[in-house]
Ligand binder design. Sequence first.
Ligand SMILES: N[C@@H](CCC(=O)N[C@@H](CS)C(=O)NCC(=O)O)C(=O)O
Length: 272
Amino acid sequence: MGSHPDADLHPEATGPAKAIVEAHQKDEPLKLYSGWFCPFVQRPWAVLEEKRIPYQYIEVNPYNKPQSLLDLNPRGLVPTLQYDNKPLFESTVICEFLEEAYPDHAPHLLPKDPYARARTRIWTDYCTSRIIPAFHRFLQFQPMSDREGLAEARKEFLGHLKEFAKEMDGEGPFFLGQEPSLIDFVVAPWAMRMWVFDHFKEGLGTPEEGKGGDDEAIWARFRKWLKAVEERPSIRDTMSEIQHYMPIYKRYADNTAMSELAKATRKGRGVP
Ligand SMILES: N[C@@H](CCC(=O)N[C@@H](CS)C(=O)NCC(=O)O)C(=O)O
């Protein structure tokens, strides 16, 4: 009674992420309290991998919170980082912290130039405040019989992707250029989960190559970015097998657990 619908999710990472988890079991002063499935976790997890910072991976279920997690973070969310016996949370804050606490570890998440740095924060915020909420509105859209509503939700999401792609460095392949930055790591987990639209919403709907009309160049740039993100080992290899994400997203897309999830969303807590 009252337990979260995801309290019984698959207990551990599978696929490529399994090997990374196994390689990070040794006790380390830096500990990542994680849920293998959580896109917010994947942000700092990929950054830790990318920068080759030594850390210990600790799997917890945030819908069935162990005391060890609550002791560090009263909100009991993942990711939670333990650094030198002190807790830290909020995925974007953790990423920026890793950049500052390990200054010798490349690639750097923020450019040196103050203007370029500020602009990086604008587009990082755009991912969190526009792209990701629109991803969830599209994924959650119901009923599927409301064709206009579905088209509208898709259009809203694609509109944000297009705005995002317009701002990218011309060459890339990442948002700011050759190397991934904070912007890429903040949005990559959702980019890696866009298959959900094929399964649950009759397709993502981005135009195929050569079919983007006036926006062809923008969509070509988007595809180049997406490919670079999908192929980046730190991002690719912190993903598990699709079949284990499926029940979580199915519940979400079907709206079967809506009242629970709506409550969680209203309280400002994230949903995967
Ligand atoms: N704003 C947080 C969101 C983290 C979050 O919502 N994580 C989910 C799992 S994907 C969680 O821990 N949920 C547990 C709960 O809502 O109680 C961040 O960016 O770190």
